[in-house]
Write a protein that binds this ligand. Structure first.
Ligand SMILES: [Zn+2]
Length: 381
């Protein structure tokens, strides 16, 4: 399925639609690139003279947006995201990167005081009193390739967990992307548990996860081994001097079915004098992956926070619930992910021709607003 055919048939579940889903979905994706983050503001936009420039045929109200997103099939948008990423890989958008990573992390968004839905997690204070609720999801994103590209999201409500949602998400993402799309999975300390690590093995991907005190025996063994030793190697990475300790023969904890665990400790000396030390574990062998590449993979995890959640919430409205219904919330998250992928590929790969600099996201939004105001259709590539 190409992106073009997705925008023609985005998984509409309505029986007798008056407004085509093609118009609605295109308008939602474009509105996110334009930083329009509520259905009411999108209603205003499609009733303005800018509608023609946006390529939207007929105006519609926020009730239509709510009704349609409540009934869309999320699988169709998930497949479109996977197809956009395949296309990026085929077009060599990642060609300078040796390893393509998939990072996972969970977050909460969309605080509300309305009547709870199936995905509402009550927010309780120390006395157990409820102050509204929050919606949780796990995001999986391509990292380590110079572009952070969201792949898919999986919500989890009360009675479910980040941990279970992450395993469902990883399985589905690898099924959609194919087993040879990515080279590794990366996650924080919450993912350094035997069932999650076994899931990465089932889907055929090596994993890099933060080692913290939730694995007290391994953490103690690492301290006992590395604390008294000089660094095994030292390298310069940008402005930082990085000391590393790297050994591949730590004993697995009892529930982990790996023959041995490899652990990297790094001590990163920044130019301003701050020192960051952390430990990470992996099942990559030293032959497959040198210490510096291991270090870079560990660092690629930050992309999901900075370029995934922070950008998603501050710029594309991931924090805001447009219509308080579980499927609508999920569809909007997925369309935000798609808007981020299209926008980032367009800016840094398609628009980046010749020697002009890469346009920033806000530059592109401004440019689109100006072309809408001028009455000309924006070049949507
Ligand atoms: Zn809710």
């Amino acid at each position: 399925m190409s992106l073009k055919s997705y925008f023609q048939q985005p998984g509409d579940g309505r029986v007798h639609p008056h407004i085509s889903a093609a118009d609605i979905v295109w308008a939602i994706v474009m509105s996110r690139i334009l930083r329009v983050t509520s259905f009411l503001r999108l209603e205003w936009l499609v009733h303005s003279p800018a509608r023609a420039g946006l390529g939207v045929k007929a105006p519609f109200g926020d009730d239509v947006l709510a009704y349609c997103t409540q009934r869309m099939n999320p699988e169709t948008t998930r497949l479109a995201l996977a197809e956009a990423l395949h296309q990026a890989k085929r077009n060599k958008a990642f060609e300078n990167s040796r390893f393509i990573g998939l990072a996972l992390d969970g977050t909460g968004a969309g605080r509300t005081y309305k009547e709870p839905c199936r995905l509402c997690d009550p927010i309780k204070d120390a006395k157990g009193e409820v102050h509204g609720s929050l919606h949780h999801f796990v995001l999986i994103s391509v990292v380590g390739v110079g572009l952070t590209l969201p792949v898919d999201v999986e919500p989890y409500g009360p009675g479910d967990s980040e941990y279970a949602a992450a395993q469902r998400l990883l399985r589905r993402a690898v099924e959609h992307l194919g087993p040879r799309f990515a080279d590794y999975v990366v996650g924080d300390g919450a993912y350094a548990t035997a069932p999650f690590l076994h899931t990465t093995q089932e889907v055929g991907l090596p994993v890099v996860a933060r080692l913290k005190e939730n694995l007290p025996l391994l953490a103690a063994a690492v301290r006992a081994r590395f604390d008294g030793q000089p660094p095994h190697s030292v390298f310069q990475e940008g402005d930082d001097r990085v000391e590393v300790w790297d050994a591949d023969d730590f004993a697995p904890w009892e529930t982990l079915d790996w023959p041995a665990v490899r652990v990297l400790r790094y001590r990163q000396h920044k130019r301003n004098g701050t020192v960051v030390q952390a430990e990470w574990l992996t099942n990559f062998s030293i032959r497959q992956l040198g210490s510096l590449s291991f270090y870079r993979m560990a660092k690629s995890r930050w992309e999901i926070e900075n370029r995934g959640f922070n950008d998603g919430k501050n710029r594309y409205g991931m924090e805001h619930i447009c219509h308080h219904h579980p499927n609508s919330i999920l569809i909007v998250w997925l369309l935000i992910a798609l808007a981020m992928v299209i926008e980032r590929l367009y800016r840094s790969r398609y628009l980046h021709r010749g020697d002009h600099r890469v346009r920033t996201a806000i530059d592109l939004a401004d440019y689109l607003w100006l072309s809408l105001a001028a009455g000309g259709p924006p070049d949507t590539g």
